[in-house]
Design a protein around this ligand. Structure first.
Ligand SMILES: [Zn+2]
Length: 402
């Protein structure tokens, strides 16, 4: 078990029905997990499935966020539903093999790709409905005021089945436009009764402060516990008094923060000399204040990030380096950031290793979470809704001379 205890977990159909020592004495079939680690399957709370695996087809760029967005434009114009669907499906499948059964995917909605990315990802989600659950977030990657026509497409995306309203206010040209972008996203969310999951302040520029606009709007409208803000990099560069003020507002509004250190480590800090910023938000301060902080994969071999394979174990390890997570409580926080925290941001009510939860589970061939982080093993078994959906076996040999 995650906390180091030993217990039986009884599954009946899609649900966990009992957890505790000795509760499995009457079951018909069982899996022996002695000396192994049983975890709830990971939740990837922030990924872009429409963009995955396009890296080899893009021109080289300067490695920055802006460079990446621009480099994708040409490829995005050539997207087809089937092209997006095949790539997204491939990453959903590899994510499941690596222990993740729920993914929350941003999907570009703009006048370049129209609704093609959404249709492709929704198609992949349908293809994979037997092994994973995928939520889609309508994401105006190119802005709303900067990209006239995007707002109507956002409406169409929600009507077509996108689950969550996205946003990217810092991409607008000035503060009034950023504020208007935030207002438009909340209007849309209220009108369709959807949660919000926005890209917020993904820049080193500490003067960019749309997080406070988002928090103020959530507080004004009473949108408590229904907003997730992704990246929030500029908070690290902003003055401490601003950071303290806005973190307190995030606590009051129940805003989750999707920090994605894996990608921001390579995207941000590119203009720095000497002491190069890590690009991550104030993870320690947000954690200390009680904010729900999650770690997402964000990108898999796209214009932003050349690596990634849908491994939340890898995401947790890299994030632990980025956020100075080393002691026992820190590593428990890292586990939470790829399990309970994204589940809370998603407002899942059936998640975890508890009776009544959906039986999305993984069995890792290590005795503890700390060893899982260190050794990065493949899960031996992964279950989705109580059904075995993936198995991994690794054979490794060492040939000594005598
Ligand atoms: Zn993102």
């Amino acid at each position: 078990m995650p906390g180091g205890g030993v217990a039986d977990v009884v599954v009946d159909g899609e649900r966990i029905t009992a957890v505790g020592p000795g509760v499995a004495s009457e079951v018909a079939t069982s899996v022996d997990g002695s000396a192994m680690l049983l975890l709830p399957a990971f939740v990837d709370g922030h990924v872009h499935l429409d963009k995955v695996l396009i890296r080899d087809e893009l021109r080289e760029h300067d490695g920055s966020l802006t460079g990446a967005i621009d480099s994708i434009h040409e490829r995005k114009r050539r997207y087809t539903v089937e092209d997006v669907r095949v790539r997204a499906r491939s990453v959903i499948e590899s994510s499941v093999q690596l222990g993740t059964t729920r993914l929350r995917s941003h999907v570009d909605v703009d006048t370049i790709g129209g609704l093609t990315p959404l249709e492709g990802v929704m198609g992949a989600a349908a293809d994979c409905a037997d092994i994973a659950e995928v939520q889609t977030i309508a994401f105006p990657q190119e802005g709303l005021l900067r990209d006239p026509g995007a707002y109507r497409l956002m409406e169409a995306a929600i009507e077509a089945g996108a689950d969550v309203v996205g946003g990217m206010p810092h991409w607008e040209v000035d503060e009034p436009a950023q504020r208007e972008h935030v207002r438009m996203c909340f209007d849309l969310a209220e009108r369709f009764d959807r949660d919000l999951d926005m890209h917020v302040d993904e820049t080193d520029d500490g003067g960019v402060r749309t997080l406070e606009m988002v928090a103020d709007e959530a507080l004004r409208r009473g949108y408590f516990g229904r907003v997730c803000a992704g990246h929030v990099c500029s908070l690290a560069s902003a003055p401490h008094d601003y950071a303290e003020r806005v973190i307190e507002k995030c606590v009051r509004a129940g805003i989750s923060i999707a920090s994605n250190p894996v990608t921001n480590l390579v995207l941000q800090g590119r203009g720095d000399r000497g002491l190069v910023r890590r690009g991550t938000t104030r993870i320690g301060e947000l954690r200390a204040a009680g904010v729900n902080v999650l770690f997402g994969q964000d990108c898999v071999k796209d214009g932003f990030y050349p690596f990634g394979r849908g491994s939340m174990l890898e995401v947790a390890l890299i994030s632990a380096h980025a956020a100075h997570l080393t002691n026992g409580a820190d590593l428990a926080f890292a586990l939470r950031a790829v399990t309970d925290a994204p589940a809370l941001a998603w407002r899942l009510t059936d998640y975890g290793l508890v009776a009544g939860a959906r039986a999305d589970l993984q069995l890792l061939p290590v005795p503890s979470w700390e060893e899982a982080l260190r050794l990065q093993p493949l899960p031996e078994k992964v279950w989705f809704k109580g059904r075995l959906v993936a198995e991994n076996a690794v054979e490794s040999k060492l040939h000594r001379s005598s």
